[in-house]
Design a protein around this ligand. Sequence first.
Ligand SMILES: [Zn+2]
Length: 396
Amino acid sequence: MPLQELTSRTAVIEAVGRCDIIGPETLVHDSKVGPVRDYLLEFEGKLYHAKTVADVAYGIQHPDRPPLPADAFKGDAAVRSLERLDFTIAATAKLWPPDLGVEYPNRTIIRNAFGGNWVPGIAKFPGDDIVNVFSDEDGPYADEAPDPVKPFEYRGEGRAGDQQLTRGNKMLDQARQERRAVRYWYRPAGGTFKFVTWVAILSRAQVWSPDDTKKLRLEYTFQVAAVPSPEPNTWPSQVTDLIDDGEIEDTPPPRPVPQNAVSKQLPKTYLEYVKPFGDTPKACRKGRGPNKGNRNLYPRSRRARDAVLVRAADQCENDGCTGMPADTTPSGAAILEVDHVDDLALNGPDHPGVMIALCPNCHAAKTRGRTRAALKRHFRARAAKLHQQAMQAHQG
Ligand SMILES: [Zn+2]
């Protein structure tokens, strides 16, 4: 911290004589410390840019040393070194606070005028106790326009993951508890940032909302209402009556069912079941089929089996069936077995168009009966026909 070595009050007074006097209309641009005029040194009734004075004074006190690098002025290092030497420091935002209705083309110009870190949507100007919220219709949250009469919502800060009651969100919540007014800045799409109104913070809540990565997370919302001035005694009773300045426990609402979970729900119709398989069965490509050493490698499709059961609608699909079991499964469904007409282990494709739902009798006849070869041919044609009919029934 080289500015700690600025220890000469005389050097500072000499530096003041070399620096420009600052007035409310003067936009300071110092090539080293930047355009920010956040803190000013008050000396003999005049104001000077504190960082520039500190820079010049350091050079006067230490003429043999190289000039200070720009990062020596980060934060309030210059302010602290001048205060240690009993100089009076004033914050620009306190001397010349933004007037209600003032407009700036963008956030950078606001930073140039008052200083501070302008990434967050909720911030205080350096040396100022008043919280500012910046609502940008073009921003990541597409905030609504502030309502001059009714309470409206401001979404807390934090772009990814659950929002925390820290930093800006904590500042806003403190303003709620202490009933302190907040400057509400708003920029309509393509417009300029305007200090549109003072607001009182009425309450806060949590909502589920997708973040930048479309992942559902908890956000804070602050209910705010426009007030005529920062003085609470000017606030109308319909606003003060709504202020909840007590402790608020975070009680997240029930997590909504995410969209992709909905699409994971079971399909309803045969057509929906069959969709991923394509309309017609294709022969298995070489290499994807079973190998003799390990039959279980073949990915048997539960979905294809379920599709066939939907198509069968609790009836054996053998048109020559001699009778289904009188009993049902414990859940009340017909006792049916889904058969790959051509044995899957012999490269039969996994597609409902080559599968058939059979009652245990018909299934046994197909696998062990004397007529099994003829049944296989018959079921191959039958499965294809039932598949075609089911597809056409849905499409027509
Ligand atoms: Zn049968």
